[in-house]
Design a protein around this ligand. Sequence first.
Ligand SMILES: NC(=O)c1ccc[n+]([C@@H]2O[C@H](COP(=O)([O-])OP(=O)(O)OC[C@H]3O[C@@H](n4cnc5c(N)ncnc54)[C@H](OP(=O)(O)O)[C@@H]3O)[C@@H](O)[C@H]2O)c1
Length: 235
Amino acid sequence: MLQTKNRVIMISGANRGIGFETAKLLKNKGYLLSLGARNTDKIDMENIENKLIKCNWDAKNKLSSKKWVDETLSAFGKIDGLVMNAGVELGGDLEGDSEEEFDEMFEVNFKGPLRLVREALPELKKIDSGRVINVVSLAGKRPRKSKMLGYSASKFAAMSLTNAIRLAGWDDGVRATSICPGMVKTRMTEEVIVPEGQFKMDPEVIAQTIAYALSLPNSAAVAEILVNSRLEDMF
Ligand SMILES: NC(=O)c1ccc[n+]([C@@H]2O[C@H](COP(=O)([O-])OP(=O)(O)OC[C@H]3O[C@@H](n4cnc5c(N)ncnc54)[C@H](OP(=O)(O)O)[C@@H]3O)[C@@H](O)[C@H]2O)c1
């Protein structure tokens, strides 16, 4: 397994939910962290012994990806891993004529990570064991509701992105993994009531899954990890 100490990991959407739980876990494991959020004041984590930095990052702003990568390199001199976690769920109904939420979800869930990885990949290629973790969703594996077509389509696009990264990075030791959770207990799902027999996972579970994927050696490439919270005959 790869070491954790002094590996530099960037995490997007690190101020809450899955991103924040991942930051807490990786900090405890000894990683150096570069935490990205739209508002860094909302990242409730202390920088002890210069082991983490907080950077402004907006998925919709192309320049902010370059700025975040540059700030990470200035602070730590290298990038070992990128956790592309930030995302939005705005539905996106098949029936209806609004396209705004479709555009927003493609901007944040697909183009945001695309912008970020385009800036970070050259650095990840330099170290021969770069890792990219893309927090996608089971919605990127199968559409379940016609009312969520937009979210699902943006996450299918995100799955393609992970695969493109796997292909582009292989020869230089970069390994990319899509993490596809079912329902997770975060602000994104706070209004969803799950029927009996189904669950909402704690975000710590996904944080652990991300940490596992980050720790695998180059010889054990894992393209996808599906984590279900309900019984589905597909998985
Ligand atoms: N919760 C679930 O059931 C579930 C299931 C499968 C997959 N996921 C995926 O898991 C990831 C994390 O979601 P979560 O459950 O932790 O939800 P969350 O608590 O709503 O967190 C979403 C994160 O994304 C950030 N974000 C949203 N728009 C952004 C933008 N334009 N630029 C930068 N950051 C932006 C948010 O920042 P602000 O605080 O600034 O808004 C926040 O940090 C998402 O990609 C989501 O699609 C979640």
